[in-house]
Design a protein around this ligand. Structure first.
Ligand code: 5GP
Ligand code: MG
Ligand code: MG
Length: 184
């Protein structure tokens, strides 16, 4: 059955089926690499909560989940480079294997900041699992994900947890937001 597309979306770039395929592959990779371990999946709120919920169910080894909230974008569409911790972990991570789950890697500034901060707490390992990576011409992100779902074009995208001014997180697909929506 064809999905009704939100009128503010110019193009769907990842369908529900595309997303399912991506997440089950990531879950299989992580399950293989973490056999016999008990990784702590750290979801970066709010964007990564939808992805993390699916990823957890695609992981077949014992694992735990915790949440961090950071702010890098506010309600806008450009990275500010400034990362604020709004909510910290509830779990002690010393000696733990950490997998940070992120929705999208753009400049990578948010994640590289988070990785450094968590490394300072003495975990055994810190890896990054990013659902998507924005392909920006002539630009290398500040950090390379250990697990990557998919590349996305250099457009402002929403859905599957990704918002614009807190909207569109509920779309079950990922689409390009019409520029007139954020320039008005
Ligand atoms: P970075 O620090 O890598 O530039 O930005 C990372 C964060 O910016 C992401 O976790 C996400 O919250 C937000 N972001 C970056 N690109 C996009 C995008 O195309 N759409 C949306 N909705 N958020 C984005
Ligand atoms: Mg994010
Ligand atoms: Mg956002």
């Amino acid at each position: 059955m064809a999905q009704e597309i939100n009128e503010d979306i110019s193009e769907v770039i990842l369908s529900e089926d595309d997303i399912k395929g991506i997440v089950s592959r990531l879950g299989a990779e992580i399950s293989r690499d973490y056999a016999g371990k008990n990784p702590l999946i750290v979801a970066v709120l709010r964007g990564a909560f939808v992805f993390t919920a699916d990823l957890l169910r695609a992981i077949t080894v014992p694992c735990e989940v915790d949440f961090m909230a950071v702010s890098s974008y506010g309600d806008g569409v450009k990275s500010s480079g400034v990362v604020r911790i709004l909510k910290d972990l509830s779990t002690k991570i010393e000696g733990r294997d950490i997998i940070i789950a992120e929705d999208i890697l753009d400049s990578g500034l948010t994640l590289s900041y988070l990785v450094d901060m968590l490394r300072g707490r003495g975990p055994r390992s810190v890896k990054v699992c990013a659902f998507s990576l924005k392909d920006i011409p002539n630009h290398t992100p500040a950090i390379k994900p250990d697990y990557l779902g998919t590349h996305v074009p250099d457009e402002f995208i929403v859905g599957y947890g990704l918002d614009y001014a807190e909207h569109y997180r509920n779309l079950p697909y990922v689409g390009i937001l019409k520029p007139e929506v954020y320039s008005r």
